[in-house]
Design a protein around this ligand. Structure first.
Ligand code: MN
Length: 251
């Protein structure tokens, strides 16, 4: 598939359906040629997202069941499975062991295990995965349930240790980087340790620590600039690298 993006920018994880005007956000990204993966948080949101992005050139929507919502919506896994054949893109899915969500962690693992196995069975899916305070378990589950020949993983807002990042690279994972990650030394160090061929950009708008405008462009440009510095590249080279990575991911 050709990825045509006149501005050469990528937002591989955001929530356009949570902006006040979903449709205008999609239209703006279409006009700007910003390649966008808009993720969903429950399968109930899928049909509307699918319909709005069906005929778009640059915007794709993903089928999700967010780990932070699993406590309430784990029963929607059956609906998630029903919609699975309708899309190549899966997200937001994963695990969250932060203090607010730890009480549902066992349930989250059950749901995520089913998601990974269903993706492995279908084959050809691309997943945007959340792994707050759970990088090790997320990677172990990917390793045991989703061989790289059966699906591709993009770790969204990854905050694992250097050795976990290394393992993720070995498993074939990509990493989508947002501006908030680059605000901290730890995040910058992590990004710097990644192979340049595995990095993408994202905004996670509207949820990132900073306010992300619905068009996403400024946030992505700032991220590209920050990443260029970390990798010792010109901004233009970094943009080209991200687009090349997107192409190889989607290939
Ligand atoms: Mn998100």
């Amino acid at each position: 598939m050709m990825v045509s993006s006149p501005t050469g920018l990528v937002d591989f994880h955001c929530h356009l359906d949570l902006y006040p005007d979903f449709e205008s956000a999609v239209e703006q990204r279409e006009r700007d040629g910003l390649f966008t993966l808009t993720v969903t948080t429950t399968p109930k949101a899928w049909p509307h997202n699918r319909d709005i992005t069906e005929a778009t050139r640059h915007v794709r929507s993903a089928l999700g069941l967010h780990p932070q919502l699993v406590d309430k919506y784990s029963h929607e896994i059956s609906l998630w499975k029903e919609y699975l054949p309708q899309t190549r893109y899966i997200g937001e899915v994963g695990l969250d062991a932060g203090p607010r969500f730890y009480k549902s962690f066992e349930k989250q693992k059950e749901v995520f295990a089913q998601i990974l196995s269903a993706c492995a069975l279908s084959g050809g899916k691309i997943l945007s995965i959340h792994s707050v305070r759970s990088s090790k378990i997320v990677l172990d589950m990917i390793e045991s349930r989703l061989p790289s020949t059966r699906g591709r993983v993009v770790l969204h807002w990854f905050t694992g240790t250097p050795s976990e990042a290394k393992k993720a690279v070995e498993l074939g994972c990509y990493f989508s980087i947002n501006p908030t990650m680059l605000n901290k030394n730890r995040g910058r160090k992590l990004v710097q340790s990644l192979p340049i061929v595995r990095v993408l950009t994202e905004t996670d708008g509207p949820f990132t620590g900073e306010i992300i405008a619905q068009d996403g462009t400024t946030a992505v440009l700032n991220t590209v600039a920050g990443m260029a510095q970390l990798f010792g590249k010109e901004e233009e080279e970094m943009r080209t690298a991200v687009i090349a990575n997107l192409r190889s991911l989607l290939q």
